[in-house]
Design a protein around this ligand. Structure first.
Ligand code: NAD
Length: 267
């Protein structure tokens, strides 16, 4: 049964508790902003505790919402459990989780890819999404269910001509498949979907995606040319889709991967 009669009301998160990993900046902060603007109470969980605190203060002020922060390394089981518990304690439950924290740097090409680097990427991007989903699902199941949104990437769906991204591409392909399987195993009371952003100006990769990243202009120009909308994305470009998937507006959506890539994967 559709959750709300009025479509605009179905986008409301009024009174909902939201957890965002990697919420200190970039895409996670934009997800958090969307949820706070829609009436949700939001916990930012990030390894960058100071960054999460200051982003929480900014969002709380701008949206007039309850936004808080907790220090959390998503590769650490206890940290993830504590972040979920902190959200439940602060807001009385957990309705929405964005398993978003991720890293991605250019490493060596496959034939000389270092195992330590490979494992570092897998630990954050794949183990982190698994742990965040597991701990969130346990809390949601103890209550009325909820919605989980993972951050995959278009690079979980296609390869790239840029060498040195094999660990990242593999980890995001893993997020895509994990999301599908989690949706089957956690339904019907928990919906699980993935957002697959294209290239977005954020701090990822030590800042290589930032608009003014030194030396990155030729690479970014190539990405732009491969993007139907003729520009790279900004975190705010992801807010609408994030709110759709976090809210009852997407009541009949689960196990799906939503591209938000300006048309990067159309060719
Ligand atoms: P970002 O670096 O701006 O933000 C990532 C956040 O995650 C940071 O606040 C960082 O402190 C946090 N983080 C890193 N390791 C962590 C850990 N172990 N535990 C907890 N927090 C940790 O990058 P972003 O671009 O906003 O990335 C967010 C997500 O979006 C990632 O999963 C990334 O792979 C994905 N993504 C980004 C792009 C892009 O072009 N920027 C494209 C597709 C997907």
């Amino acid at each position: 049964v559709p959750a709300a009669a009025g479509v605009l009301e179905s986008f409301s998160l009024d009174g909902d508790a939201v957890l965002v990993t990697g919420g200190a900046g970039g895409i996670g902060a934009a997800y958090a902003e969307a949820c706070a603007e829609a009436g949700g109470d939001v916990m930012l969980a990030d390894i960058d505790a100071d960054g999460a605190e200051s982003t929480a203060a900014e969002l709380a002020e701008a949206a007039g919402a309850d936004v808080r922060a907790v220090a959390c390394d998503v590769t650490d089981e206890d940290d993830v459990r504590d972040a979920v518990d902190a959200t439940v304690d602060a807001f009385g439950g957990l309705d929405v989780t964005f398993a978003n924290a991720g890293i991605g740097r250019l490493f060596d090409p496959v034939h000389s890819q270092d195992l330590e680097h490979w494992r570092e990427v897998m630990a954050v991007n794949l183990d982190g999404v698994f742990l965040t989903t597991r701990e969130s699902a346990a809390a949601m199941r103890a209550d009325e269910g909820g919605r989980i949104v993972t951050t995959a990437s278009v690079l979980g769906l296609v390869g790239t001509e840029t060498p040195g991204l094999s660990a990242y591409v593999a980890s995001k392909g893993g997020v895509v498949q994990f999301t599908r399987q989690a949706a089957v195993e956690l339904g019907p009371d928990i919906r699980v979907n993935a957002i697959a952003p294209g290239w977005v100006h954020t701090g990822i990769g030590g800042g290589m995606m930032r608009e003014d990243a030194p030396g990155m202009e030729p690479v970014q120009e190539q990405m732009r040319q491969e993007t139907a909308l003729g520009r790279l994305g900004y975190p705010a470009d992801l807010k609408g889709l994030a709110l759709f998937l976090a809210s009852p507006a997407s009541a009949y959506c689960t196990g799906a991967v939503y591209r938000n890539d300006g048309g990067y994967t159309t060719t």
